[in-house]
Design a protein around this ligand. Structure first.
Ligand SMILES: [Zn+2]
Length: 81
């Protein structure tokens, strides 16, 4: 029964989701450094951040969708939309 808490696929989806969050964090940090360094062209990060954000949403959806359809874990955060 305990082996059902996280199946391998759910784990991979969660890792992929986490990876996009790390990437976003890195991009925001780089954008901040560019801004502090006086790089007025730092808006180029906006497109990148937007793209990674899209991937983050997709990864999150894939993960939650897996949990729901596979029933291998519970997801009952009160603020889910
Ligand atoms: Zn599963």
């Amino acid at each position: 029964m305990t082996s059902l808490i996280y199946c391998q696929q759910a784990k991979q989806l969660l890792e992929a989701f986490g990876e996009t969050i790390r990437e976003l964090t890195r991009l925001h940090e780089e954008q901040f450094q560019a801004l502090v360094g006086g790089d007025l062209d730092s808006t180029r990060f906006d497109d990148l951040i937007h793209m990674v954000n899209e991937r983050k949403h997709q990864a999150k959806y894939a993960y939650l969708n897996h949990l729901e359809t596979h029933g291998c874990s519970r997801y009952d955060e009160p603020d889910k939309k």
